[in-house]
Design a protein around this ligand. Structure first.
Ligand SMILES: *Cc1c(COP(=O)(O)O)cnc(C)c1O
Length: 502
């Protein structure tokens, strides 16, 4: 299977090259030239398998330049019961809330308590193997822009991995204290963490710019290094995410919630459009889906886009209680536009160029009508998010985090508006303990909480009698290792300095 760039169809590369390089040379994103087609019999076989077996089958179909043995090594090192609390890293929990049934796909049982672990525990394995195949013999420098969760998950995945170095940038006021402490205390000899003065989009733009600056690439090359990306623009991030949606579909069949071939709805709390895109790619392979429900917080640029066909990032940026979704430029939307425009690289490149120059683009009617056929966009603000957490806990004794609550809230609106009762899978993206302050406020009604986030974790545990993820408890006593803050225009200099490259 080969991959091409969304902005230049002529740039065709192997899977290993797509993963090693992260982003195409002209700035486009790598996508499969074709998708494997799964019919009923493939799904029936998948139903009989464990999570890891399903992952091996699906990854194998996309990574045709990897041997079955290599893929098995990657999968079995990533998804262990030790790292994910059980043999099934992505369990489904059925809950009925406000009269609506939902199957909550808990994706946060990994080492950093957010769904990013599902991809970032396996990406370092895929990447080191890709680097061996592409024969560069170079060390990979992973640059990450994070709105909070990617950074920690990437640091944890790449720490002390041979032939890799990782530098993470996060917006100085844009992450929760818990997220900050998770990153600043990171262990490992090949890791670096730096705050930037700006928001997530500034961090992401800065990283993208470094990746595509010829002069910097040459400097690294001379020092036997190359850039790669652990952001969801990297194909190696997206691919493992397809697995859990297909796996959830199989679990729905196995539990008798649906019959084989029945459609499901999929609800995803969305930021960079990576997670929901993975679900859509599952649909492209044959997974029966009726609607994708794209849930946003007050940074509702995607809601407006789905409703109008106009993507306009020229708007106020809000810092919300669901910080991992505080994003105005959803990078992975580019991949959807490419697919829905019939693999039109010229059109896609034009829209992305308009976004860069004017902050805005309008898709044609054809693409717009296709988006509206498949996607529903909705959003809710912080007040509604907290209300949802509080009610969900009261009604169901189920504690959900702020991002998941946005999805639950928007799903409620969707059912109320459309009456659509198609069985639904709702992606739950973080442990409630990762966002303890807002969650504690929501379930206790107490706005006067202590300064110290770890004290709040204890209160939440006491009040709800739920378990705190062990790795979150452990960072309490860890030493802060990284305190750098730079202006976003100085990111490139910072990177060269850390790498010791002149
Ligand atoms: C990253 C993240 C999201 C958004 O996912 P995208 O793939 O960027 O759309 C939602 N919730 C949590 C907890 C996250 O960490």
């Amino acid at each position: 299977m080969l991959y091409n760039s969304t902005e230049n169809k002529k740039e065709v590369v192997s899977a290993a090259r797509a993963i090693a390089q992260g982003i195409s040379s002209e700035g486009g994103l790598f996508v499969p030239c074709d998708f494997p087609a799964y019919d009923k019999s493939v799904f029936e076989n998948l139903c009989k398998m464990s999570y890891n077996e399903r992952a091996k089958k699906i990854l194998g179909d996309f990574l045709s330049d990897f041997t079955a043995e290599e893929i098995a090594q990657c999968v079995d090192s990533a998804y262990t019961a030790e790292k994910f609390e059980s043999d099934n890293p992505a369990p489904l929990k059925a809950e009925t809330f406000d009269g609506k049934e939902m199957n909550i796909l808990e994706l946060w049982h990994g080492p950093t308590s957010a769904f990013k672990d599902m991809a970032l525990q396996i990406l370092p394995h895929l990447l080191t193997k890709s680097l061996q195949k592409t024969g560069d013999g170079k060390d990979a420098v992973i640059l990450v822009a994070t709105s909070g969760d990617t950074g920690k998950a990437a640091l944890e995945g790449f720490k002390d991995v041979d032939h890799t170095k990782i530098i993470v940038f996060y917006p100085v006021d844009g992450v929760s204290p818990m997220q900050k402490k998770q990153m600043n205390t990171q262990e490992g000899s090949n890791v670096n963490v730096c705050a930037i003065e700006g928001n997530f989009d500034d961090a992401q733009t800065g990283v993208k710019k470094i990746f595509t600056t010829e002069e910097i690439i040459e400097k690294l090359d001379k020092n036997n290094m190359l850039f790669s990306s652990a952001n969801s623009i990297n194909w190696g991030r997206l691919l493992p995410q397809i697995v859990y949606y297909i796996s959830a579909y199989c679990d729905m069949v196995n539990s008798g919630k649906i019959a084989m071939g029945d459609k499901i709805n999929i609800v995803v709390p969305t930021g960079n459009f990576g997670n929901i895109l993975a679900a859509y790619y599952g649909y492209c392979m044959g997974m029966p889906v009726n609607k994708f429900i794209c849930a946003s917080n007050s940074n509702n640029v995607l809601t407006d886009f789905i409703n109008t066909g106009v993507y306009d990032k020229n708007r106020d940026f809000y810092t919300t209680v669901s910080p991992s979704m505080d994003i105005l430029v959803s990078s992975n939307l580019e991949r959807l536009l490419y697919k829905l425009s019939g693999n039109d690289d010229v059109k896609t490149a034009q829209w992305i160029k308009e976004l860069k120059t004017t902050g805005k683009y309008t898709v044609d009617d054809e693409v717009k009508s296709q988006i509206q056929k498949l996607f529903y966009g909705g959003y809710c603000d912080d007040t509604a998010t907290k209300e949802t957490i509080g009610k969900m806990y009261k009604e169901n004794n189920y504690l959900c985090d702020t991002h998941t609550a946005v999805a639950v809230n928007v799903y409620g609106k969707f059912v109320d508006e459309t009456g659509d009762k198609t069985p639904c899978v709702l992606a739950s993206t973080a442990s409630p303990y990762k966002f303890s302050r807002a969650v504690m406020e929501a379930v206790s009604g107490n706005k006067d909480l202590p300064e110290d986030d770890f004290a709040i974790v204890d209160m939440l545990k006491e009040l709800t009698n739920t378990q705190v993820p062990k790795p979150l408890m452990a960072i309490k006593d860890k030493k802060v290792r990284f305190e750098d803050v730079v202006k976003s225009e100085n990111m490139a200099g910072y990177v060269l300095n850390v790498l010791g490259v002149e």
